[in-house]
Ligand binder design. Structure first.
Ligand code: G3P
Ligand code: CA
Length: 238
């Protein structure tokens, strides 16, 4: 079972920063998960929200900033004073730093509001030799279909919420045409569904584990990966 550090090791360091990703490597996670958005000047940057307000000392929309302007923001002090030098990374920064060290699960955030993000991400990924260790995920199936067109050997994960779940065979057949994995919300975990998804050749990931009790429950299921803020909850299982 892959241990996937959600926004890096985000319980112990500011999410989606080098500090959180370095910690995930140190804690021997298998993957880092990160979120991408586009800047005003069409660079792909790593940040969860569509505004900078929660996780930096700036305010306003990510797409209201150029990359140079975004790079001046402090992306760590909100979490702790010792993180004041953290900056919003670009996807290119992350692939350069980590693609040979740890798997990378890239989430396309709100792709309908980020015109062209699929092509921009594919152009960056395609510069790197990749196989199983770089994946792209999204709640948006059209975005994943586009990613497969731009990067045919790229592995993709379709993130699903309970409201999106239609576990009919016909739905799973459609999902399996553009996704190598279904990433299910933890409240949806069910042995029957897991087996059914596996029978369509897809892996099963679970998001997002934030407490030890849920971690212990999840370990009993035959899943392929767990997205967690606490990679150390799972280390003994490797
Ligand atoms: O892996 C799925 C998870 O990352 C989706 O939720 O809001 O943390 O990006 P969010
Ligand atoms: Ca995410």
């Amino acid at each position: 079972m892959y241990i996937i550090a959600h926004r890096g090791s985000s319980s112990a360091a500011p999410e989606n920063t080098i500090a959180a990703f370095d910690l995930a490597v140190k804690q021997r996670a298998d993957y880092i998960e990160l979120d991408v958005q586009m800047t005003m000047d069409q660079h792909v940057v790593v940040i969860h929200d569509d505004t900078v307000d929660r996780t930096t000392n700036g305010s306003g929309l990510v797409k209201g900033y150029t990359l140079d302007q975004l790079k001046k923001l402090d992306a760590g002090s909100w979490f702790g004073h010792s993180y004041g030098n953290e900056r919003i990374p670009t996807l290119q920064d992350i692939l350069e730093r980590y693609s040979k060290r740890i798997g990378i699960l890239i989430e396309l955030k709100h792709p309908k509001r980020q015109i062209g993000i699929e092509k921009a991400v594919a152009d960056i990924i395609n510069k790197f030799a990749y196989s199983r260790h770089i994946m792209v995920q999204s709640f948006d199936e059209t975005a994943l279909q586009r990613m497969k067109a731009y990067a045919p050997s790229l592995r993709t994960a379709f993130i699903i919420k309970p409201s999106m779940l239609k576990m009919a065979k016909s739905s799973l057949a459609v999902y399996s045409s553009f996704a190598d994995c279904l990433n299910m919300k933890k409240t949806m975990m069910n042995r029957c569904w897991i087996d059914r998804i596996h029978s369509f050749g897809m892996d099963v990931f679970i998001w997002t584990v934030k407490d030890q009790k849920t971690a212990d429950r999840i370990k009993k299921y035959p899943i392929d990966g767990v997205v967690t803020d606490h990679p150390l909850f799972f280390q003994k299982e490797k």
